[in-house]
Design a protein around this ligand. Structure first.
Ligand code: SF4
Ligand code: SF4
Length: 291
């Protein structure tokens, strides 16, 4: 049996736009780790980094297990790190993700101590595969459910970066998101797997495709309007993850809402809303009718 070294502890700096809110907590967490004699490294806000940035390259080179303390939900942290090229699921690494916003700094440090001692875990485990949404409806069927007003964007002009992170534990590779997004954010790799290929083409504060994904596999870590879309969980237990799908697309006419959000972004980008194409098409077809 190969002896595993103790996990490496990393504390992420607070995203730029949240510094006022969390600066004191960041300092307090660092102090609590030091008081507990826990060695740790600091990296910049991981969601805002680019794959080629030194902090990200450094993380990729850390061998073995990792305890990552960041400013997003643990599920979001896991898939942000995966997006940055870190192994998060493999045999070589256990990745423990802790939300720095949860609990007191001393409690967080105590939790890290237990993880280092091997008596606790914060690994975000894969949930049982979900082939279809809990409500048993297709995206189209869910799209004709009740109406809901478009919520006001709360993230606009806040986020330095904005892009979807895919939870590959949940993703079924159905390509709904790729078909839906008109900004070319999604693509497929040579193996035919869905990838976020042009992440910075994503429209700031547009979470539309997260509503379209049938299994809730798309996470926008900085979306403050809806915790589930930001990677939050209902009961905090990723092992028995129960995403409240109704929060994403149960109650409202989610597909309609997503289409509105997409149209808003198309308009902001100076492009024609997709629904306008639909109206034009219907109008052309109507003109062809011999009435
Ligand atoms: S949020 Fe909007 S722009 Fe971004 S990937 Fe999804 S549909 Fe495309
Ligand atoms: S819609 Fe969801 S499940 Fe389908 S490919 Fe996109 S992320 Fe994966």
């Amino acid at each position: 049996m190969i002896a595993r070294s103790a996990p490496y502890v990393v504390l992420s700096r607070v995203p730029q736009e949240e510094r006022t809110q969390h600066a004191a907590a960041f300092e307090a967490i660092g102090a609590a780790l030091r008081a507990a004699s826990i060695a740790y490294a600091e990296v910049d806000s991981i969601y805002d980094r680019y794959e080629e940035d030194p902090d990200v390259a450094f993380l990729r080179e850390v061998a073995g297990d990792l305890v990552f303390i960041g400013w997003h939900y643990p599920r979001a942290l896991k898939w942000i790190l995966a997006r940055q090229g870190l192994e998060v699921n493999g045999k070589a690494r256990a990745l423990h993700c802790l939300d720095a916003r949860e609990g007191e700094p001393a409690e967080l440090a105590a939790r890290v101590e237990k993880i280092l001692a091997g008596t606790s875990s914060a690994v975000v485990a894969a949930p049982p595969k979900q082939d279809s949404p809990a409500d048993g409806l297709t995206p189209k069927q869910r799209g004709v459910l009740a109406e809901q007003a478009l919520p006001n964007p709360e993230n606009a002009e806040l986020s330095a970066r904005w892009y979807p992170v895919v939870d590959y534990d949940a993703c079924t590779n159905c390509m709904e998101c790729l078909d839906f997004c008109l900004f070319g954010v999604y693509g497929v790799d040579p193996a035919g797997t869905l990838r976020v290929t042009n992440q910075d083409e994503c429209r700031s504060d547009c979470p539309a495709c997260a509503r379209v994904c049938p299994v809730g596999a798309i996470v926008f870590p900085k979306y403050v309007t809806n915790a589930t879309i930001a990677g939050g969980e209902d009961d905090g237990e990723r092992g028995s993850l129960k995403l409240d799908l109704s929060k994403i697309f149960g109650k409202p006419k989610a597909r309609h809402q997503a289409a509105l959000e997409r149209d808003r972004e198309l308009l902001k980008a100076g492009r024609k809303p997709a629904s306008a194409d639909k109206v034009d098409k219907l109008s052309d077809e109507f003109d062809k009718l011999d009435l």
